[in-house]
Design a protein around this ligand. Structure first.
Ligand SMILES: [Zn+2]
Length: 113
């Protein structure tokens, strides 16, 4: 389950931010999860709860924003929507598509109590 190391990465970022801001408690963490990032939101939520126990983010709300997957289709010469990493172009069925959006997970905002 790679979500555990992702959650630890998020916590690291949260702790660094809290330290920089002199905060003792973080109330909310907002992350964006791309549709093509192969991150399971529910698994991440579970891992986040586990790793943040007894940390500055203990009890913090994890808010997840889904980012749709987009790709550039070579034959069409257009940006198209795909919902899996190795998906085909919905317009021409080609697999010559290059993912351009929704491929990663990132921390968007950290709210300090
Ligand atoms: Zn196409």
């Amino acid at each position: 389950m790679h979500e555990m190391s992702l959650a630890e990465g998020v916590l690291q970022l949260v702790e660094d931010t809290a330290r920089r801001e002199g905060a003792r408690q973080v109330s909310r963490v907002i992350v964006e999860i791309g549709e093509l990032s192969s991150v399971e939101p529910e698994a991440l939520r579970f891992c986040f709860d586990v790793v943040t126990r007894h940390s500055v983010a203990d009890g913090a709300v994890l808010e997840i924003i889904d980012v749709p997957g987009t790709a550039w289709c070579l034959p069409c010469g257009a940006s198209v929507r795909i919902n899996e990493r190795y998906g085909a172009c919905p317009q021409c069925g080609s697999h010559q598509v290059q993912p351009t959006g929704g491929t990663e997970m990132r921390v968007k905002e950290i709210e300090i109590a």
